[in-house]
Design a protein around this ligand. Sequence first.
Ligand code: NAP
Length: 276
Amino acid sequence: MKFCVLMKQAAIIPHKTILITGASSGIGAALAQHYAQTHTHLILWGRSQKRLSQVAQSVEKKGATAECHSIDLTNIDEALTALRNQDSLTPITHFIFAAGLGDMRKEGELAEEPSLVTELCLVNFTTPATLATEMANRMATRGGGAIAFIGSVAAFHDLPMSTAYSGSKAGLARFSTALHAAMSPHKVYVTLISPGYVDTPMSQRLSGKLPFLISPQKAAQKIHRAISRRKAHLIFPWPFAFFAFLEGHLPRPVVHRILRLSTMQQTPRKTECSDT
Ligand SMILES: NC(=O)c1ccc[n+]([C@@H]2O[C@H](COP(=O)([O-])OP(=O)(O)OC[C@H]3O[C@@H](n4cnc5c(N)ncnc54)[C@H](OP(=O)(O)O)[C@@H]3O)[C@@H](O)[C@H]2O)c1
């Protein structure tokens, strides 16, 4: 774990201690802003130290306390050790997994690059599932807590250009609802959030029209509400719930023919995190 910056520590005991992964950008940063208020301690994880510090400073202006840590989720062992140390120091009441990677097969490629598939599966599924299991045990032992995963509606579609993305999000979706079933009796409430398009750096790399695009602030409001209501699953905006239902009920060859018509492309992301 690379220690980024420890912001001013809570002089008062916080009512909520919220760990957010992917807090350096997009939905994760909007969630940090949304949850920021007095008596709330925010633990912000991401890779970009510079952007994490900016988010930490702005949430402190709203009365929250914050600390941020630069942690790469492709390194499961490091992330798990960091979580154990963090939770022993400041017991976490809410754990929100917002970090994620989205990538598409480039034009001309037959299938996605194997190393990219490994990276996406680690960041989108394997590491979140590992950390959530550790956290669920700890929360259940001390009487309860909340865990939320930011999945994607891509989990419910066979996306030919994004097999690793849709596959990793599908794994996450099933893991999340199964964990909800396992942990609710122990007062650990697990919520799966499946957004459509949200206006963030991830979706800004996509070409073409993004139907029902919503702001990260609006997304954060909806996510907060679903977590407070202990919902097992929320899909938004609602038309995507209908599309998921439709895909589940149409013959697969028909669905695949339609999905292959998509001309959507994505500009390549920087492979390493840049502090810009
Ligand atoms: N935007 C959409 O339209 C949309 C739709 C459906 C679902 N989602 C999901 O929503 C979540 C948030 O996405 P977003 O739109 O907010 O994207 P974003 O703005 O690109 O943010 C992605 C976040 O994930 C972090 N991250 C990426 N790789 C990481 C790694 N190896 N280790 C640690 N952190 C890593 C990034 O940290 P650094 O920047 O510091 O590297 C960043 O904070 C993702 O799970 C995404 O799949 C997004």
